[in-house]
Design a protein around this ligand. Structure first.
Ligand SMILES: C[S@@+](CC[C@H](N)C(=O)[O-])C[C@H]1O[C@@H](n2cnc3c(N)ncnc32)[C@H](O)[C@@H]1O
Length: 499
């Protein structure tokens, strides 16, 4: 299919190409070459310069076939970027002496008329919706609805979605370009299967009509397949018109060996997959959710919206009953200064190493202007930093600023002032070690999460339930150890039944 310069498209979205070695790995694992030789049609919906299809031909040549024996015209591809599309055509012409202009289209896959193929072999672009070019975002928004990816419509409309465009391309491709019962083999970000939040909608495992199921996952783990791309990625086999049956096989590359695990969503059919060894299956499956009162729901730490330097201090001395001297320079009423948890408080004792200013009532609402005026030291300090606080960015904090309470933080409510807290490190850890802290202590943004408690007895009771070793096993089964998603409130909430 020819393109003239007027319709040329130079958009660049997730243009990272699959090394031939890994394309061959996919071809070999799933017996794709043999099925192609027997007449199966193969389609790469976002083919870049054609690496995956080229690999099939080169694989055949390696096996001793000559070009004429290979069914090259049963290979099909599509690519949005005109230069990449041209390069793919040129490569097939130069190296394989085959004109593929009837087989390779240069369109947005979301606009290409449907054609059912036997096999999809692809590597869709990976990019979060937020990071796409603005006019392209606008254009494809309706597709997220069409393919049932808008769990939270509002998020997408506000442009806040962390959903990956790979989720859209995969659902659209399975729906429009696979025969019933057809198989798709896709290099893709594993966040679609493993992360909470935006990707839960992908895990309805159904497109506009057809259900589809993940069948097997190869998790590349630390292997640098795509040259220093930080995303966690893998190779996933999906089958169309098949309802998911869990657990599925989940292989992890460790020290150059593929280790076999099993994967299943534990807490709901669309939950992030949990990965475990067969030997842990019984224990994990027998876990029953922890019953807790709604008031004890896990919370994230407070968030200054980029103004840590205004609210956080690393030195504090008591001047008198009512006044602290912070960072050797700033006098503030002690009624609004709280110890802020740091990593060392979880290991080396509970002497405060940091402090946070919370201009809040004990009911968890920001002080009014009238109330701050009763505290001259506080009032003066806030005036000195007012420009910084008023210029903070973000829809939620802007709401407070517009209401005139520009000294507000996010993530502060009555729960911050509960007499006890069970706090744990939620970010970057491999162990789940909740501890009880007296209620003055404050948790810091995504680093720590906590459950507010009304009494020490209540805190001890809940702590005991959280210390069940299966809780840590379940967290480890999400394969988020060492990442920002280790034990965030959302992950812990899924283990709780709220009464
Ligand atoms: C991760 S690359 C993979 C390319 C190729 N399949 C490979 O494995 O080497 C993704 C490709 O998708 C293309 N692309 C992005 N959005 C697309 C869309 N909506 N329709 C078609 N192609 C698209 C990009 O230009 C890029 O070449």
């Amino acid at each position: 299919m020819k393109t003239d310069e007027n319709s040329a498209n130079h958009i660049k979205i997730g243009d990272v190409f699959t090394p031939v070695r890994w394309a061959c790995f996919a071809i070999e694992q799933f017996g794709i070459f043999e099925r192609w030789m027997k007449g199966a049609t193969i389609f790469d919906p976002t083919m870049g310069q054609g690496n995956l299809l080229i690999a099939l031909v080169e694989y055949g040549v390696e096996k001793g076939f000559n070009l004429k024996e290979l069914p090259i015209l049963n290979l099909f591809g599509n690519e949005i970027n005109t230069n990449y599309h041209k390069k793919a055509l040129q490569f097939f012409l130069d190296e394989f002496n085959t004109d593929m202009s009837g087989n390779f289209s240069n369109r947005d896959i979301l606009e290409l008329p449907p054609v059912p193929y036997d096999i999809v072999l692809g590597n869709p672009p990976w990019q979060t919706f937020n990071d796409l070019p603005d006019n392209y975002k606008k254009k494809i928004k309706p597709c997220f609805e069409k393919y049932r990816l808008t769990g939270n419509k509002k998020n997408l409309l506000l442009g806040h979605s962390r959903i990956d465009i790979a989720a859209l391309i995969i659902k659209a491709t399975i729906q429009e370009f696979l025969k019933p019962g057809g198989n798709a083999y896709l290099f893709m970000p594993l966040s679609l299967l493993l992360n909470d939040g935006a990707h839960e909608t992908f895990r309805s495992y159904t497109s506009t009509e057809a259900p589809f199921s993940p069948v097997e996952v190869f998790d590349f783990n630390k292997e640098d397949v795509f040259n220093k791309i930080a995303t966690r990625y893998g190779l996933v086999h999906f089958q169309r018109n098949r309802h998911p049956v869990f657990p599925i096989r989940y292989k992890i590359l460790k020290n150059k060996q593929w280790e076999l695990f099993h994967a299943t969503p534990l807490t709901s059919p669309s939950a992030a997959l949990s990965i475990f060894k067969n030997s842990d299956k019984g224990e994990i499956n027998s876990f029953s959710k922890i019953n807790l009162n709604k008031k004890n729901q896990p919370r994230q730490g407070l968030n200054t919206c980029g103004a840590n330097k205004v609210f956080f201090f690393n030195d504090c001395r008591q001047l008198d009953d009512q006044t602290y001297l912070l960072n050797d320079a700033i006098k503030l009423p002690s009624a609004f200064v709280y110890p802020l948890l740091t990593a060392s408080n979880f290991r080396n004792g509970k002497a405060p190493k940091a402090w946070v200013l919370l201009p809040y009532s004990k009911e968890g609402r920001p002080l009014t202007a009238k109330e701050t005026s009763h505290w001259p030291l506080l009032d003066q300090y806030l005036m000195n930093v007012s420009d910084k606080l008023r210029s903070r960015k973000g829809t939620l904090i802007k709401n407070w600023i517009n209401k005139g309470m520009w000294w507000a933080l996010l993530g502060v409510g009555p729960y911050n002032f509960a007499p006890y807290k069970i706090v744990w490190e939620a970010y970057g850890r491999k162990k789940f070690s909740p501890q009880i802290f007296e209620g003055q202590w404050q948790a810091n943004q995504a680093l720590q999460a906590f459950i507010p408690c009304d009494s020490e007895k209540e805190a001890k009771n809940i702590l005991q339930k959280l210390e069940n070793p299966v809780v840590e096993k379940i967290l480890l089964s999400h394969r988020m150890e060492g990442t920002m998603n280790w034990a965030q409130p959302g992950k812990i909430k899924k283990l709780i039944n709220f009464t």
